[in-house]
Design a protein around this ligand. Structure first.
Ligand code: HEC
Length: 497
């Protein structure tokens, strides 16, 4: 790639930064519009994509003002209602266990409603309802999550500003059909936008910076990540299968038309977490995800590597999962604008390059077996480990506008008493068996240690410490909500075989 591309890149970036700067103020006019009779489609953010996601906005409007409680308004709300949150500071955790609700910040003269965790509260908003919209909020200084969803379908999360909310920023889990758009997130110690075990997701027009991971698509099928500005994270965009989770696949991910720039922030992830193993300077990373297409991105200034494809065997901090295919298969790298990546890379990549007698800054690396993968124009980039990649038989994903559904997905309901069982067999049982040593100690041994203390288990699994020399470290389970962790702990103590 010649130096003459520089002005083009800079020009594109300026255009894009302009769009991002404008985006922040869009809330002023948008937030004054309350839903129409059908689905809640206030003004522009998300546009056409909003047709099957979010609350209907068809019910009553509740107003929350500085000094009031958002949670009280949620408690009073019925299906279809809109909760308008006016500028002020709200230090609370909001639980939404109802369906069809809009939480809509009202921005007045540049003043936003702020959810303030004071570095004491764990989560700002936890929802388990379906058809939920959360928009126009500033969320800051929480310790766990800004917005976390558990099993809610048809969600719409847009135009929020999230700053330093602990482990995750926007984190829908087990949701089908969701749109995450026009949010700005920074200062998150794991993934800022973290799509976990979901289906049919669209992540577009967000800005994520100063996080460990910018955008992570994990154990999720049919998602598109496009038009995002992903800069100054440790790793920019990640497409993962994380082992040990109840859903074992990631496939049909399109990563296109994003700016993935200067993701060189030193890794400040929680030691032992998967993302703490990501080398600073990683642009796009695919770990074990299948059928990932990478197209039309501007990827520059990522010092370690522009695009890294890896399997589980070569990834640090990963314990193999016998139920998950460890390889990244059917990867398609189409036309991307890549420049100035890999200029200060890690010894592992240097060694691989030396083996292949490759000189210069490596833009794309594949480590491990990758079957039926392709690259559109091999000669355009300096690559390592791509000898088995064929030439792609297609040049664009433009025929796929979105994987969002035409109609809202059916509402999902999980009975409280099933939650613990589901979490235990889905998550814990991947490593703990009743009587025998697996990856973790037998459940019987744990029962003896914690017989009437489920809270003790919750505390441990939230932030595990290394206890036994003959076992690996247990990964933190803090991606599960507090309720689910407790339910799993109670269930773990109750089983007898
Ligand atoms: C990926 C594997 C893995 C998963 C998943 C997992 N654990 Fe563990 N767990 C371990 C390992 C390994 C240890 C031993 C760690 C040590 O001793 O340092 C452990 C230890 C424990 C302990 C013992 C703590 C103590 O004080 O000795 C408890 C309690 C526990 N796990 C509960 C759970 C629960 C509940 C879940 C599900 C929500 C779960 N684990 C999921 C691997 C796992």
């Amino acid at each position: 790639m010649g130096k003459k591309l520089l002005p083009i890149v800079a020009g594109l970036a300026l255009l894009f930064i302009g769009a991002v700067a404008g985006m922040k103020y869009a809330g002023d006019n948008r937030a004054t519009v309350v839903g129409d009779a059908s689905r809640y489609t206030a003004a522009s953010a998300g546009g056409e994509l909003t047709k099957s996601v979010g609350g209907s906005g068809a019910g009553a409007v509740h107003e929350v003002r500085d000094g009031d409680s958002i949670q009280a308004a949620v408690a009073a709300a019925g299906e279809g209602d809109v909760i308008r949150v006016y500028p002020g500071t709200y230090s609370e955790t909001v639980y939404i266990d109802k369906d069809d609700l809009v939480i809509s910040g009202v921005v007045v003269g540049g003043a936003w409603p702020v959810l303030e965790g004071n570095r004491e509260l764990n989560d700002a908003i936890l929802y388990s309802g379906n058809d939920i919209t959360i928009e126009n909020l500033q969320i800051r200084h929480y310790k766990g999550n800004a917005i976390m969803g558990q099993a809610g379908n048809n969600f719409l999360i847009r135009n929020n500003e999230v700053i330093d909310t602990g482990v995750y920023g926007i984190f829908p889990e087990f949701g089908t059909n969701g749109l995450i758009t026009h949010n700005v997130l920074s200062g998150i110690e794991d993934a800022a936008i973290y799509v976990g075990m979901c289906d049919n997701i669209h992540v577009t027009n967000n800005e994520v910076f100063d996080n460990v991971a910018g955008i992570e698509i994990e154990n999720t099928r049919h998602s598109i990540v496009e038009n995002n500005y992903v800069h100054d994270n440790t790793g920019g965009i990640l497409v993962f299968i994380t082992p040990g989770l109840p859903i074992k696949t990631t496939y049909d991910t399109i990563v296109r038309n994003n700016f993935v720039v200067d993701n060189n922030t030193p890794n400040f992830g929680i030691p032992g977490s998967t993302v703490s193993g990501i080398p600073a300077g990683t642009g796009i990373l695919n770990m074990a995800g299948d059928r990932t297409t990478i197209e039309g991105n501007v990827i520059t200034g990522n010092k370690t590597i522009g695009i890294l494809i890896t399997d589980h065997m070569n990834a640090p901090n990963v314990t193999l999962d016998p139920g998950a295919d460890p390889n990244s298969d059917e990867i398609a790298i189409l036309d991307n604008l890549m420049w100035n990546n890999g200029y200060d890379t890690i010894p592992e990549i240097r060694a691989l390059a030396a083996l292949e007698l490759v000189e210069g800054e490596v833009q794309i690396v594949n480590v491990g077996t990758s079957t039926d993968s392709c690259i559109l124009d091999h000669d355009k980039y300096v690559t390592v480990g791509l000898r088995d990649f064929g030439t792609c038989g297609f040049a664009t994903t433009a025929d796929v506008a979105t994987y969002l559904l035409d109609e809202p997905a059916e509402r999902r309901i999980i009975a409280a008493e099933d939650m613990g069982k589901r979490a235990y067999y889905g998550v814990c049982a991947g490593c703990h068996a009743y009587n025998v040593k697996m990856i973790g100690p037998p459940t019987r041994v744990i029962q003896a240690l914690y017989h009437d203390d489920p809270q003790g288990i919750v505390d441990y699994i939230t932030k595990p410490v290394k206890k036994r020399d003959d076992y690996p470290e247990m990964p933190p389970q803090n991606y599960l909500s507090e309720d689910v962790r407790m339910a799993a702990a109670v269930f773990m103590l109750s089983i007898t075989n």
